[in-house]
Ligand binder design. Structure first.
Ligand SMILES: N[C@@H](CCC(=O)N[C@@H](CS)C(=O)NCC(=O)O)C(=O)O
Length: 218
């Protein structure tokens, strides 16, 4: 039975993007179920019918439902070990899990001030000290990974993996909000933006016409 991935608007839903990319970049087949976000009670109920937390993404694998982006990626890594979503080396794997968890639970200022919105015209905005510190930390993570694992390939741990999927929406945020980066971090951005699955998500997001007003502030 085909996997089903329930996602929100590709233009805005950074949490949906992460597991979608982890699956698609590894050619793991799934059916996509799109539920528009913040339209009112009917669509919210459709999400609740799948996932009592009331959030997307959610993955349905037969009678198993997994919700929350990182839990879905962990499930995919177990279900499809050949995809090598986590690095083989234990220390590298621990590193990848640490930065993925850090992404999942942190960077609130960046998330709040630089919402993912692929339609937004590119341009810088004034950022808080907290958001600037978030950006500095992400640059440190990326350049640290590239220095340690660059010999294995162009992504954070060599080949595209779970940690890259977790950081992919940041690539859109940095691009849209014109964040200046050092060459190593910019090279990682370019690598991500040339990934076919990333481009597929981006094209679909740009084709969407639904506007969520509360995300159109910055
Ligand atoms: N920690 C969750 C966050 C999920 C989340 O906040 N999803 C948002 C969209 S990006 C959502 O479903 N919002 C709809 C709502 O709250 O009604 C994850 O990693 O999946």
């Amino acid at each position: 039975m085909a996997l089903k991935l329930v996602i929100g608007n590709k233009n805005y839903s950074s949490w949906s993007m992460r597991p979608w990319l982890a699956l698609r970049a590894n050619n793991i087949a799934f059916e996509e179920i799109f539920i528009p976000l913040y339209t009112g009670d009917a669509d919210k109920q459709r999400i609740l019918d799948v996932n009592p937390s009331g959030k997307v993404p959610a993955l349905i694998d037969g009678d198993v439902t997994i919700w929350d982006s990182l839990a879905i990626i962990e499930y995919a890594a177990e279900r499809f070990p050949e995809a090598r979503l986590w690095p083989f080396d234990r220390a590298a794997r621990a590193h990848a899990r640490s930065i993925s968890a850090e992404m999942h639970s942190g960077f609130m200022a960046l998330r709040n001030e630089c919402g993912m919105n692929l339609h937004r015209p590119i341009g810088a905005i004034a950022l808080s000290d907290e958001a600037r510190a978030n950006i500095a930390r992400i640059r440190q993570i990326w350049t640290g990974c590239r220095a340690a694992y660059g010999k294995f390939g162009p992504f954070l741990f060599g080949a595209f993996g779970a940690a890259d999927a977790m950081f992919a929406p940041v690539v859109h945020r940095f691009r849209t909000y014109a964040i200046a980066l050092e060459p190593e971090a910019q090279a990682y951005m370019d690598t991500m933006m040339s990934l076919p699955a990333f481009q597929e998500w981006t094209r679909a997001a740009l084709a969407e016409t639904i506007v969520i007003e509360k995300f159109e502030t910055a």
